[in-house]
Design a protein around this ligand. Structure first.
Ligand SMILES: NC(=O)c1ccc[n+]([C@@H]2O[C@H](COP(=O)([O-])OP(=O)(O)OC[C@H]3O[C@@H](n4cnc5c(N)ncnc54)[C@H](OP(=O)(O)O)[C@@H]3O)[C@@H](O)[C@H]2O)c1
Length: 214
């Protein structure tokens, strides 16, 4: 079997929890990084064999790939608090938004949340991914006709290839959306999903997939 990397998931909420269940049930080695005093026994009970929990910094130190799935306003500080991430793959699942009768993209001055995380974590190989659909899909990527797509944006091709392998192993489709500057596009794709799912009245079972006619 192909050797897949060890994974830390920082944040064990809707996205981090569901992703951890899905990835661990797909045979990947997952360790959740949670803050002191938080119990995730029930979540671990839903995970595949070998899933574990420790502090965010310890989970990140032991992992090759670190998913960050915390409130967007906390994401840069959470990433910075993990210590030296040089050489590690950091997957940014977060969407910076405010609410004004619907979701409004609110990126930091760096131009996207992913760019801000990259600036805060020197040497980290940042990939934007797993941000453009609701957390129900992190648990189950199924859509009629095939799985939902994970769009990837990043400047390091081998980091993107690793994240693509993780996504495919867990049953997701994969679309390479180009360099890290495309993270701004993916954050906006997420904002559109949130708009459609909420004020747009479509509900949370909708998802993006690239279709071809040949
Ligand atoms: N919900 C969705 O459908 C969805 C879909 C795509 C992307 N996203 C994005 O995914 C991110 C997470 O969303 P969510 O719905 O999963 O949020 P959530 O359910 O509120 O979970 C956030 C988690 O982050 C933890 N956390 C907060 N600050 C932390 C820190 N500094 N270090 C470590 N853990 C920390 C929280 O732990 P405590 O219990 O200790 O506070 C909680 O477990 C957001 O940025 C959102 O934009 C959400």
């Amino acid at each position: 079997m192909e050797k897949l990397p060890t994974i830390a998931i920082i944040g064990a909420g809707n996205v981090g929890g569901n992703l951890g269940v899905r990835l661990s049930q797909s045979g990947l080695e997952v360790c959740f990084g949670v803050r002191p005093g938080k119990s995730i026994d029930a979540l671990l009970g839903r995970c595949g064999p070998g899933a574990s929990v420790t502090s965010p910094a310890e989970a990140a130190a032991a992992a090759e790939v670190i998913f960050i799935a915390v409130p967007a306003a906390a994401a840069v500080d959470a990433a910075r608090s993990l210590g030296d991430l040089a050489g590690k793959i950091v997957v940014d699942c977060n969407n910076p938004l405010r609410w004004d009768q619907g979701p409004v993209w609110s990126p930091p001055p760096e131009g996207s949340l992913s760019a801000a995380i990259a600036a805060a974590c020197p040497g980290a190989r940042v990939v934007k991914a797993f941000n453009t659909f609701g957390a129900e899909f992190h648990l189950d990527p199924t859509l009629p006709g095939g799985p939902i797509d994970v769009e990837l944006a990043g400047d390091d091709p081998s980091a993107k290839a690793t994240v693509a392998a993780i996504a495919e192993r867990a049953g997701f489709g994969v679309i390479d959306a180009g360099p890290l500057r495309s993270a701004a596009l993916l954050e906006n794709l997420a904002i559109l999903w949130i708009h459609l799912a909420t004020v747009g009245g479509q509900g949370r079972t909708i998802g993006w997939r690239l279709l071809r006619r040949g």
